[in-house]
Design a protein around this ligand. Structure first.
Ligand SMILES: N[C@@H](CCC(=O)N[C@@H](CS)C(=O)NCC(=O)O)C(=O)O
Length: 230
């Protein structure tokens, strides 16, 4: 198997979705973390948009953009996660294309500067959830997007559903309960070991700390970490 290195910021959801695919395929890989505010020259030389993820293959070739990386991995490493049926593949790609809009609707509230902006941001969540609820109804009976078989669509949404779970714990949103298929899908993805690049509690603490330091409206609701016991 090729040698894979995935370059990441620790809490980047886009990297997370490529890491999920590598784990789903049992492909060994190095997850190399860099700091967002101190991006090394070797990284800037291989990342055209200066963004993570980038995936290096055998120290020779570098791919960028999580979706392109995941499609490549799916072509190269079994088991194939994209459906065999071309119509289903097109439907799956269309729902993966919706992820950036879904992500900004669901996690936009984490960046809102004021209470008014926060209220405006959370008002976008129900429509995004409703679209996925209807898609899930068409696709099958769960637990995953296409039914029993895990797919690229599952990996694409898992990081953003996870962030909803984190945000809902910081300040109750209470939206997902109204979308039972989405809720069951979210639960299945959160229970799936491949979703997690770090122990879950450690990762949630990292996410909360990033949000606390952001200085957004929500930051005030995140408790500072307790000093270690002396
Ligand atoms: N469309 C890109 C999004 C990647 C992305 O936005 N990564 C963020 C970190 S989570 C980043 O590198 N941001 C740095 C920047 O925008 O300069 C993908 O799917 O790979």
């Amino acid at each position: 198997m090729a040698k894979y290195m995935l370059v990441s910021f620790k809490t980047c959801p886009w990297v997370q979705r490529s890491a999920i695919i590598l784990r789903e395929k049992n492909a060994p890989f190095e997850l190399r973390h860099i700091e967002s505010d101190n991006r090394p020259d070797w990284f800037l030389a291989i990342s055209p948009h200066k963004k993570v993820p980038v995936l290096t293959i055998d120290d020779k070739v570098t791919l960028f953009e999580s979706n392109a990386i995941n499609e490549y991995l799916d072509e190269q490493v079994s088991p194939q996660l994209h459906p065999a049926d071309p119509i289903q593949r097109a439907i799956n790609r269309a729902w993966t294309d919706y992820v950036p809009t879904f992500a900004s609707a669901v996690t936009g509230c984490a960046y809102a500067a004021t209470e008014a902006d926060y209220t405006k941001a959370i008002a976008k969540i129900p429509d995004a959830f409703d679209r996925l609820e209807k898609a899930l109804e068409k696709q099958g009976s769960g637990p995953f997007f296409n039914g029993a078989k895990y797919s690229l669509v599952d990996s694409a949404y898992a990081p953003f559903l996870q962030r909803y779970v984190f945000l809902n714990r910081i300040k109750k949103l209470g939206v997902m309960e109204k979308y039972p298929r989405l809720k069951a899908w979210c639960d299945a993805l959160m229970a799936r070991p491949s979703t997690h690049s770090f122990p879950e509690a450690e990762f949630e603490a990292m996410y909360r700390e990033g949000l606390r330091k952001r200085g957004s409206y929500l930051s005030q609701f995140v408790e500072a970490p307790r000093a270690a016991a002396e």
